[in-house]
Design a protein around this ligand. Structure first.
Ligand code: MD3
Ligand code: FE
Length: 200
């Protein structure tokens, strides 16, 4: 699939532990919350929070980017330097990411349905995604929801770059495999997704 590049184990064990510790600290200032679906108000099976100047939020009124945490009203914490450096190295995009969404999967029911990422103005910028903790079964399809899709596993330390034509592919997380990693306290999976939102 053109534009979809997987870097298996891009972060070694020490780098994963270092990043997990940095994020644990950041998340104290921006506690994860359970988003709800637009219109229906149905709660998601995962929790979320953000880092960076803009955070992606979902609530009854829709999906959008916001400069502040919906519950604390404070600006999101900064994106760690190590993630900004990884963005520069792997994307080569001429501007830094503005959003760093943290998706937290806990328990056997946590999943993310097939969707496209298209709330960004800068659709020329790739999306960079990192996985920490439990392995998940990730699904990627085509450009219409009904298109054929295939699934593969993402393990702790794997990095996925979604650029070019793959930027608008449908994708989702079928399930995680609880207990497959001991990196995170209390178990679970943490997905870190970096995005450029505005045109530089
Ligand atoms: C494939 N997160 O936050 S990884 C999301 O693992 C999201 O939590 C998933 O989908 C997760 O929007 C999947 C990242 C990802 C992001 C954008 C993509 C995969 C993609 C765009 C096209 C194809
Ligand atoms: Fe997505």
């Amino acid at each position: 699939m053109a534009g979809l590049v997987l870097f298996p184990h891009a972060l070694d064990d020490a780098a994963q532990q270092h990043l997990a510790a940095e994020l644990r600290e950041a998340v104290r200032a921006a506690p994860p919350y359970r988003p709800v679906m637009p219109r229906t108000g149905q709660p998601w099976s995962i929790t979320q929070t953000n880092l960076g100047p803009l955070g992606w939020v979902s609530d009854v009124s829709g999906y959008r980017y916001e400069p502040r945490h919906p519950e604390t009203g404070r600006p999101w914490p900064a994106i760690p330097e190590s993630l900004l450096a990884l963005w520069d190295e792997l994307t080569g995009y001429p501007a830094p990411p503005e959003a760093c969404l943290l998706n937290i999967y806990r328990g056997p029911k946590a999943r993310m349905g097939l969707h496209q990422d298209r709330d960004e103005e800068a659709l020329d910028a790739p999306v960079l995604s990192l996985s920490l903790g439990d392995t998940c079964v990730f699904r990627v399809g085509g450009f219409a929801r009904r298109d054929k899709s295939k699934s593969f596993r993402l393990a702790s330390g794997d990095v996925l770059l979604l650029g070019g034509e793959s930027r608008l592919r449908f994708h989702g997380v079928d399930r995680t495999i609880p207990g497959s990693s001991s990196l995170l306290e209390g178990g679970g999976r943490l997905n870190i997704t970096l995005r450029r939102v505005t045109k530089p």
